[in-house]
Design a protein around this ligand. Structure first.
Ligand SMILES: [Zn+2]
Ligand SMILES: [Zn+2]
Length: 327
């Protein structure tokens, strides 16, 4: 198999020819058809996530076809299209797993972080955490649903039922969640990097009722806001934008420090909450919604060998929608 491998954080990924691996008991091997590039991959490559497996193959938005089954795997057949998400496995026994919060498991493994991911021609996954994906939609177009969509969906649920929803940062996740929110009958207010006209136009094209710079005040009080951009200064900005009792959801795995802010921004029962990882139930729910809401993702594809270019384009904000690698 071929893979783009991270040997040391801070260094570019390197293309490597690796021996093919056989799936172990309970595992499936998947021939990768497409793998999305997520901001978390940038944090991994930049050394902002603690204790990665090294060397590691990044990538946790994998769409592919089952090509080998380990022993004791049931429920999948060779050739079937599947998706492999960020949550790679859990212990199933800790208090979080036992209370329906496997996303907070004490002993998890994460795809493309603490186990190898999908910047490769093949990936091996714990079959219990693999989603059957059906045949609807192209491989590249489906890949961003596996994390940008899923984590966005979990964030949207944490934001509550409010009608006026702010989205800070209009990248891969927001462009999916804006469509879901519209489908649910909500109004989307998009906050983009100040001066980023392309992102502003993109948000309006995807149905936002308002789009402006994140340095601008919201045109009306919002019921909730989701922060997708890894920028701590957006937390007080979003608190300012939400009404009494409103919620601010931080959707990323890493964020720059949050500057201090006056207590009155939080006062009146405003909430700040972060969202971590996903549960398998999130996937079951979201993939059904994605079909019902006819989510259409916009992707820029790169050959696998150009993973570093895809990461650079994501870092520089040169993308509309999501970057996807094709092996
Ligand atoms: Zn657990
Ligand atoms: Zn991700």
């Amino acid at each position: 198999m071929r893979a783009m491998v991270l040997t040391r954080p801070g260094e570019p990924l390197r293309l490597q020819e690796l021996p093919d691996r056989e799936p172990g008991p309970g595992e499936v091997r998947v021939r990768v058809a497409a793998c999305g590039v997520c901001r978390t991959d940038l944090h991994l490559v930049d050394g902002e996530l603690p204790d990665p497996k090294l060397p590691v193959i990044p990538g946790h938005e994998i769409v592919g076809r089952v090509d080998a089954l380990g022993s004791a795997v049931t429920g999948f057949r060779p050739g079937e299209r599947v998706g492999i998400p960020w949550l790679g496995s859990t212990d199933g026994t800790c208090p979080y797993c036992l209370s329906g919060q496997e996303n907070l498991c004490d002993h998890p493994l994460f795809t493309g972080y603490t186990r190898d991911g999908g910047y490769a021609t093949h990936a091996i996954a714990d079959a219990r955490y693999v989603f059957a994906f059906g045949e609807q939609g192209g491989d590249a177009e489906c890949a961003p649903l596996l994390c940008a969509g899923l984590i966005g969906w979990r964030s949207l649920n944490f934001a509550g039922d409010g009608r006026r929803l702010g989205l800070y940062g209009f990248g891969a996740a927001a462009h999916i969640i804006a469509q879901v929110a519209n489908w649910q009958g909500r109004q989307v207010f998009a906050f983009v990097r100040p001066g980023d006209e392309q992102a502003r136009a993109f948000a309006l094209r995807l149905g936002a009722v308002w789009a402006g710079g994140s340095d601008q005040a919201a045109p009306e009080p919002l019921d909730a806001a989701i922060i997708f951009a890894p920028v701590g200064a957006l937390v007080p900005a979003a608190l300012k934008a939400v009404r009494k009792g409103g919620r601010v959801v931080c959707a990323g795995i890493h964020m720059s420090d949050i500057p201090s802010f006056p207590y009155r921004l939080l006062w009146q029962e405003r909430h700040i909450v972060s969202v971590a990882n996903l549960t398998r139930q999130d996937g079951v729910d979201f993939f059904r919604v994605a079909v019902q809401a006819k989510i259409a993702t916009e992707v820029s594809t790169y050959p696998l060998e150009r993973a570093n270019d895809a990461l650079d384009d994501l870092r520089a904000g040169r993308l509309s929608g999501a970057a996807v690698l094709l092996p």
